[in-house]
Design a protein around this ligand. Sequence first.
Ligand code: ADP
Length: 343
Amino acid sequence: MAGMNGLSVRGLCKGYAGRAVLRGVSLDVPAGERFALLGPSGSGKTTLLRIVAGLDHPDAGEVQIGGVSLAGVPAERRGLGVVFQDPLLFPHLTVGENVGFSLRLRGERGRALRARVEEVLEQVGLSGYAARRPHGLSGGQAQRVALARALVTRPRVLLLDEPFSALDTPLRRELRGWLTALQEATGTTMLFVTHDQEEALNVGQRIGLLLDGTLAQVGEGQAFYTRPASVTVAAFFGGVNFIPGEQRGGEVRTELGVFRVPVRREGRVTLTVRPEALRLADEENAVRGEVVASEFAGTHRRVTLRAGLQRLVWHAPPHEAVTVGQPLTLACPASACWTIPAG
Ligand code: ADP
């Protein structure tokens, strides 16, 4: 299946004081993949990562690497590297001693130890820093030392929990690009936890969206926009247009007329279309209505169209001349429409 270093999570459940935090989470991260676990604060991401790391025990379910259960295997014997938001460096040790710490615990000494430390410091772009103390490092450098420390034992899986959240935006972008390149060079299986959508899209080859202790959707980033599994998933990714309808094959009958859609289903559905995908045109899937709001939002103009009892939000170009009260016809391109079976 997932290969030697693939990570599998099977039916994980965890609660605190009778409150369920993880409700049966199953997940496969194939060997060598960068997987981003995305979710709002409190959704259970850290709990899942701590269980994988062996820092916490599940109430039910198990974690496997390479198809072998880690039940009963202590944290330090799981073959993992872990990086948290706080680099947690020992202030009284040098950079090199921090990076080599777990190798020393394993009994490595001397030239081999120093060579391996220098090798990973070079991988994280900090060669020549071995003799420095952590206090002189910038936030980004300290986090790269933490990463070198996690990589020094050649882990089978690298776990990262919001590693760049304490840093400012330009630096975060830079570190993400750099982390991706490093992961590609080492081929380490990676589970990256974040609450930041842009970060998840940037880093993850695939994304798992954790909502309220359940994986709401797993897949490639674009699918969360174009093929959301539920209204909640669509809304989490900024979806705002939800129209109830009745679907027959590739057509949906709604209060606003009949829409052609790129997915065939039968029965009650919610039709959704991305606000940035609407077009100022009178063509297939057109909606006629009246503008009830038009707000400049920097990168776009947020236009709200009222059609019958429905509201449709369009992200227009920022300088599009649209004024409240004017009639407007917007087309919903069929390729940008999607339907969600009504629960
Ligand atoms: P996330 O990382 O997505 O923000 P967490 O996994 O940290 O979410 O937390 C999920 C929920 O579990 C939160 O409501 C949190 O308060 C609760 N929780 C986490 N750890 C503990 C603990 N040790 N004791 C009690 N509640 C906890």
